[in-house]
Ligand binder design. Sequence first.
Ligand SMILES: *Cc1c(COP(=O)(O)O)cnc(C)c1O
Length: 395
Amino acid sequence: MNKRTVEQFALFGGESAFASFRTTMNLVLPDRDVFFRYAKASFDARHMTDHGPAAQELEKQLAEFHDVRHCVTFCNCFTGMFLALHHLARPGKTEVVMPSLTYRRMADIVDWAGLLPHFCDVDAKTLGVTPAVVEPCLNENTALILAPQPITHLCDIRGLETLAAKYDLPLFFDSVEACGGVSQGKTIGGFGDGESFSMHPSKVLNSCEGGYITTNKDEFASTLRKARAFGLGDAGRVELLGCNARLNELHAAMGLATLAGIEQQFADNQRVHLAYQRHLADLPGVTVISYDRNERRNWKSLLLRLDDAWPFGREETLRILNAENIHARAHYSPAQHTTFPRQAATGALPVTDAAAKNHLILPFGSTVSEADTEIVGSLFRAVLDLQKPLRARLS
Ligand SMILES: *Cc1c(COP(=O)(O)O)cnc(C)c1O
């Protein structure tokens, strides 16, 4: 139903545009028969965890999927990442150069690794890091460079690899958002010293909980395998700092089942994404940040920028949308340099400050159909048409 009066907006007592919520979380369910088949095999073998048959098969398939030598699975991406960063960091050095505008728990991951975030700005076009923003932050305390792939775009992968080589620093990519993508013909997963991926249900690959790290470095892979199992080496002696971070068999079975349907998921994502783009076109001050159509992408999110030409600020827009059961949310906000207590001295981050205020993520994934994108589009148009009375009611 198109809203023609302010009273028809759910925020002011009207009926919600959606009877049930639409969320930014992917929440994709795989083919249950594939899940049960893998789960049954591990169950019958009485193998519950500790790198059983399902986890081994998942690592093998993921290494192929990412075209990389090693895949090391973990109970979640967060734990895998702090173990990876801890062991990758230059010994005796303390600072991790990383953007402030990224996954909001990223600074905690660095903190758990025993390191200090040194926040840098991002590139205005990609919202990812480039050598130009990273290089000024490098100093004698730098332990490594952490480059998260932004949503929709990719960061300057080759430029960062060249920079890391120039300063002889480790380079780690958080590639959760770029899973399944390709950069200049090479699959995401084989860059830098390693790359991390999450299998939380909100991401493209759902294993209920889980994560993994890909790398072409044999020694790093071996360190990660020990670190996820208490740091124990082959002889059963503790060799390095680790914890219990293994992926259990049921979660691995779930990951295998989702991986089996991943190509279909990417195709569906692209269809819904392009439908969103059509329905949100020509709205003043509203820009959909699109994916690159020339190479493979997962198309898993709908990132939007609101500029001054749009009549409402981001928080107001979110209030209106959320009341309609459109669970849109602020994108990577607040930026971490404004909130994280333990950080290295940070310079001005103008692009980050601006981007943290005017980007939002619209619902996307298994709760959102192509038809839903039209309803969201009409709602934006109703907001525009009724901006004067809406403004009066909001203030
Ligand atoms: C979700 C996410 C993580 C953490 O993944 P978990 O598996 O939930 O621990 C790390 N980085 C990015 C960019 C993420 O979106």
